[in-house]
Ligand binder design. Sequence first.
Ligand SMILES: CC(C)(COP(=O)(O)OP(=O)(O)OC[C@H]1O[C@@H](n2cnc3c(N)ncnc32)[C@H](O)[C@@H]1OP(=O)(O)O)[C@@H](O)C(=O)NCCC(=O)NCCS
Length: 177
Amino acid sequence: MYEYRKSENVNALMEMAYFSFAAKRSVQELIKRFIDYALSSGTEIDCVYDSNKLVAAYLLYPFQIRFRNSMIPMGGIGMVCSRPDYRGKGTIRFMLEKSIETMRDKGMIVSMLYPFNVSFYRKYGWELFFRKKLVFLYPDLLIAKENPSITAEYLKFQMKPVKSFTMNTRGKNTTWL
Ligand SMILES: CC(C)(COP(=O)(O)OP(=O)(O)OC[C@H]1O[C@@H](n2cnc3c(N)ncnc32)[C@H](O)[C@@H]1OP(=O)(O)O)[C@@H](O)C(=O)NCCC(=O)NCCS
């Protein structure tokens, strides 16, 4: 009978994860530091136990994402793995179904992960989506090296996001529209 619960046992997770993700010895310390940092920022380790043996685990990251005009709580899922001698025994199915209850309890109404296999996660409810990234930059945040072939001048009016500009770097002119 499997039991699902939160764990503080980083070493037990790491032992299983190093093997599962074939982490070379040279990167193990780095991964451990990454996990320690994540745990100090509210990430938790949720696990499946068989009696007192850790047999599967994942990391649950408490993120916020922008959705339309709101910020909403999002559960990030990472480091999903099971013990090699427990593979194919339903521990991950059990764990991911429980993970959805955990996220719901925490008010995380969206969950995201980076799948190693789309059909694997699809059966638990995750679906592919396309990413749109919006980056707002003010030109005065851009630091560029001086280029003698470009003439630049300050605008005489207050700086607002410049809608568009063209630069003619072939000649000596820079034109701001
Ligand atoms: C992938 C992994 C987590 C599956 O664990 P498991 O203990 O075999 O999982 P379960 O026994 O609960 O099986 C869950 C389902 O996934 C399926 N499954 C298992 N491995 C799979 C794979 N590599 N690809 C696609 N589906 C897989 C099983 O058939 C089962 O489906 P079913 O419930 O419809 O029969 C495990 O093999 C592992 O730790 N791998 C190394 C780490 C890794 O790749 N993690 C994924 C990170 S995104």
